[in-house]
Design a protein around this ligand. Structure first.
Ligand code: ATR
Length: 279
């Protein structure tokens, strides 16, 4: 157990709701393993109290916070600086307090890419299909393009949202994004939808999965349940699958480095996955 004293530095997560967050468990585990004198809590913050919560961070000299739904966009109004990356992605999930100056970062999409790397999956020169165009889709698309994928296709139940992402990416990065399935197969298929997660556990985000074969890697951003129906069906087609736990861990690892300066390498990633999440 970490021994908390008056010198212990404070970290935490704000969200509404927040009680199911894994972040306190994970950050406290890392601090304990590395012998860092930090404690990490969960704070439920209603939207009308977001500004007060951020000012409370200044008043109490809290070192850093993670920010989860529904505050990731709104929080940008109340902090002092926004990293180029968070500005590009349009949301903040990490705020660091440097002598009273609050800077916002976004570690979600980098966490996603890092988790693929840690699972031995390279993005370089790959044909990638992203299913879904909600909040997590656009940042992941931008990061995968930055990491040198060969082509990107985004499909969505509501097609106009996929087209919006394609238009944004053309404006920001001058890259072409396809919004329908034109290839017979993809190297990497990413599910960013909520199909497969409670209350849609028995739902698959797409009906036809012909574009998945034994050499396809399927990455589902859902981690609860650990194996979605989509992953099961992909495995029946011989594909390798990974769930969203790696992304959850890696976004935390990157935030932890911003908070504390400590590097948490791949070995610790594996330990967290096994010891803390039994996967
Ligand atoms: P958030 O912004 O929090 O990610 P969201 O905007 O509701 O949440 O996005 C959820 C994504 O899951 C969307 O791409 C949604 O498709 P629509 O844009 O058509 O709503 C997708 N989604 C949710 N349930 C789905 C289902 N049963 N089949 C296919 N896509 C689904």
């Amino acid at each position: 157990m970490i021994e908390i004293s008056a010198k212990t530095k404070q970290l935490g997560i704000i969200g509404y709701p927040v009680e199911h967050s894994f972040s306190p468990k994970m950050h406290n585990y890392i601090s304990e393993k590395l012998g860092n004198d930090y404690v990490y809590c969960g704070w439920e913050v209603t939207p009308d109290r977001l500004e007060a919560a951020v000012n409370g961070m200044r008043a109490l000299n809290i070192r850093g916070i993670n920010v989860t739904a529904p505050h990731k966009i709104e929080v940008m109004k109340y902090i002092d600086k926004i990293s180029d990356n968070a500005a590009l992605l349009g949301s903040v999930n990490t705020v660091v307090n440097e002598n009273g100056v609050l800077t916002g970062y976004n570690t979600d999409a980098d966490g996603f890419c890092m988790s693929l790397e840690y699972e031995g999956i390279s993005l370089k020169d790959k044909d990638v299909l992203v299913i879904g165009a909600g909040g997590v889709s656009r940042p992941a698309c931008i990061k995968m393009l930055q990491r040198g994928i060969k082509s990107l296709t985004v499909i969505n139940r509501t097609r106009s949202k996929a087209e919006k992402i394609a238009g944004d990416i053309k404006n920001i990065m001058d890259k072409d994004v396809c919004t329908d399935i034109r290839k017979s197969r993809y190297d990497i298929v990413v599910n960013t939808t909520s199909a497969g997660m409670e209350p849609q556990e028995n739902v698959c985000p797409v009906e036809n999965m012909d574009f998945i074969d034994k050499d396809t890697v399927v990455a589902d951003m859902i981690y609860n349940p650990p194996k979605t129906l989509f992953m099961k069906k992909a495995e029946e087609r011989g594909a390798k699958t990974v769930n969203g736990l790696g992304m959850l861990i890696c976004q935390g690892i990157i935030a932890y480095k911003l908070f504390t300066g400590s590097d948490v390498g791949r070995d610790m990633y594996k330990i967290i996955k096994q010891e803390l999440f039994l996967q």
